[in-house]
Design a protein around this ligand. Sequence first.
Ligand SMILES: Cc1ncc(COP(=O)(O)O)c(C=O)c1O
Length: 400
Amino acid sequence: MNIEEIRKDFPILKRKINGKQLIYFDNSATTQKPVQVINAIKNFYETYNANIHRGIHTLSQEASEMYEDAHKKVADFIGANDMQEIIFVRNTTEAINLVMYSYAMENLEKGDEILTTIMEHHSNLVPWQYVEQKKGIKLKIADIKDDGTLDLDQFKQMINEKTKIIAITHISNVLGTINDIKKIRKMKKDAILLVDGAQSVPHMLVNVKKMNCDFLIFSAHKMLGPTGIGVLYGKKELLEKMKPFLYGGDMISKVEQHKSTFAILPWKFEAGTSNIVGGIGLATAIDYLNKIGMQNVRDHEKELVKYFLEKLEDRNTIIYGPKDPEIKGGCISFNIKGFNYHDIASLLDKSGIAIRSGHHCAQPLLKRLGTTGTCRASFYIYNTKEEIDKFFDILNKIRG
Ligand SMILES: Cc1ncc(COP(=O)(O)O)c(C=O)c1O
């Protein structure tokens, strides 16, 4: 991996913030975009902008082909059988809501159980709370151990014959913990297994067949792609049985005055004019990542995490989550004793360094950790050890 060459593809990295070179360590929130993705979006609007699936004319056919190809590219990227298993939605949050409305609300009965964990993003918790309130199901929330890894013994004990859905994040966006999905699948083979891949798919090789999950969900904007486009992978036989999520144009096969039949997958779940350019942007981002190789992405982040953690260790610093890079993704949460997390982020911003501070949309987890927020540094392919050195030049001055 040639980081200097990669950095040249990201125009925003040349920006100065408060007179200092930007150091962007907020990649868990969203990533920056390479010129290849920016140009693919520009090229769409400049040369073949048209609506898909309806037109006979050349532009519409070109746009349709590119949009369909984007589904195929995503399918290959995560090891799905084919594009029928790939639904484009707005983001991770919408994909989980799709499963919640079209699967959970339709199939679960009073007394059934959904099992999730305390380390979930609100996106993978609040929808299940709705099912609990509306359907009288039981929402069970498995705890973590003090090292920030999932308490697998407790998790196993919480599974029983009533467990109908297991909804779990692959990588925690606060702790960085990588959950062992294969192990979890072995604990319960006949429940629906939904994996929130928002923090894993962009950063490591993820294969739906190897994990044997029923749903895998992620957002393009966290993997070099544009905002407004996300992915729901679902096993075909499951998606086929599920009712549509949104009704109207584009998702139909035949419409009569009082009844309709629906389109084949994936279009049954893509009602209305799609985010065509978003899909094409995502496909370009996947091309970019494939060229680097996902194993290289992961190895690079592991190295940065190791380097960062060595420097972070200090008696006035609280580090949350595992410290072993083998079981940690590229994000690190911490607090400095005696300082508010927002103040740290704001002081770093004065030196051009972007980190995230606050609850990271995981309030129950933060409560479990005994705080209301943390500072979070998160890395991607364009980050370097030199940037980490500059970060610690500032942080060490702050923490003394
Ligand atoms: C683990 C995880 N799940 C879900 C989400 C929500 O993603 P989006 O805002 O793209 O819907 C995030 C975003 O930070 C996340 O980190």
